[in-house]
Design a protein around this ligand. Structure first.
Ligand code: CO8
Length: 258
């Protein structure tokens, strides 16, 4: 499918979706988010994709929701259009693993989009922030909720109330990102992580994603029950037989997602 605001490249079991509005530092408008959701859903449904990467440019992953698109909207407009709500839900429904590869600015909706992915690999130039407070509003797609779960109350309050940016080193030490790599190596390292994931059983990686996400929605006891039942359930798959046989036979497992 032809897109105007993103570029999709699928190779070696990995779909890489690049946000592409360079003149606006990849600011998220309705068209971009709709195209992103469509590309994610296509990747989720494709038997050629086992892991998804979402990235931006060297200067910006995304500098937030598009302020120009929002500036003149009223409360009624935002509510009636359920602005960005449908797209957030569509992103949350994706079952395959998604890595955010972040270089440069990931601000406002950009930081929130990165946090909607399953984990973030950042370049050493990355800058994260929830600067909506400077615009007289607050975060609207997870910047008060997901960020608090990633980095705790104190830093989430600091970021949301002062609007300051967090550099890559601070993002790593506070748990917002899983790794920081030199800017020039960002895509190489991310592709290598994506290839590692793509080599696993997709049934197992989708179950792992689902179970980890469950940890943020339920009690520990319920989460542990959910995890155990999911673990038992994977013993109904051929991939479990293959994975354990390959270990015993000291060879690489050949998973078939069955
Ligand atoms: N929206 C629209 N255009 C933008 C945005 C944006 N968020 N960010 C940058 N741009 C545009 C600039 O207007 C500029 O365009 P032009 O060249 O036509 O003037 C171009 O991108 C380049 O930007 P700058 O010249 O400002 O570049 P600098 O390197 O000087 O500064 C910054 C980079 C620091 C990133 C700066 O552009 C900036 O502060 N941007 C805004 C960041 C921000 O406030 N983000 C939060 C937006 S609000 C939001 O994300 C809410 C999400 C929740 C929605 C949920 C709904 C339910």
């Amino acid at each position: 499918m032809a897109y105007e605001t993103i570029i999709v490249d699928t190779a070696d079991d990995v779909a890489t979706i690049r946000l592409n509005r360079p003149d606006a530092l990849n600011a998220l408008n309705q068209m971009l988010l709709n195209e992103l959701c469509t590309a994610l859903e296509e990747a989720d449904a494709s038997d050629k994709v086992r892991c998804i990467v979402v990235t931006g440019s060297e200067k910006a992953f995304a500098a937030g929701a598009d302020i120009t698109e929002m500036a003149d909207k009223s409360y009624v407009d935002m509510t009636a259009q359920a602005y960005f709500q449908n797209q957030s839900r569509r992103i949350e429904q994706i079952r395959k693993p998604i890595i955010a590869a972040v270089s440069g600015y990931a601000l406002g909706g950009g930081c929130e989009l990165a946090m909607m992915c399953d984990f973030i690999i950042a370049s050493d130039t990355a800058k994260f922030g929830q600067p909506e407070i400077n615009l007289g509003v607050i975060a609207g797609m997870g910047g008060t909720q997901r960020l608090a779960r990633y980095v705790g109350k104190s830093k989430a309050m600091d970021m949301n109330l002062t609007g300051r940016f967090m550099d890559a080193e601070e993002a790593l030490s506070s748990g917002l990102v899983s790794r920081v790599v030199p800017a020039k190596k960002l895509m190489e390292e991310t592709q290598s992580a994506a290839q590692k994931i793509a080599a696993k059983s997709l049934l197992a990686s989708m179950a792992a994603k689902d179970a980890v996400n469950r940890a943020f929605e339920t009690t520990l006891a319920e989460g542990l029950n959910y995890e155990r039942r999911t673990f038992y359930g994977l013993f109904a798959t051929q991939d479990q037989k293959e994975g354990m046989a390959a270990f015993q036979e000291k060879r690489e497992a050949q998973f078939r997602d069955k």
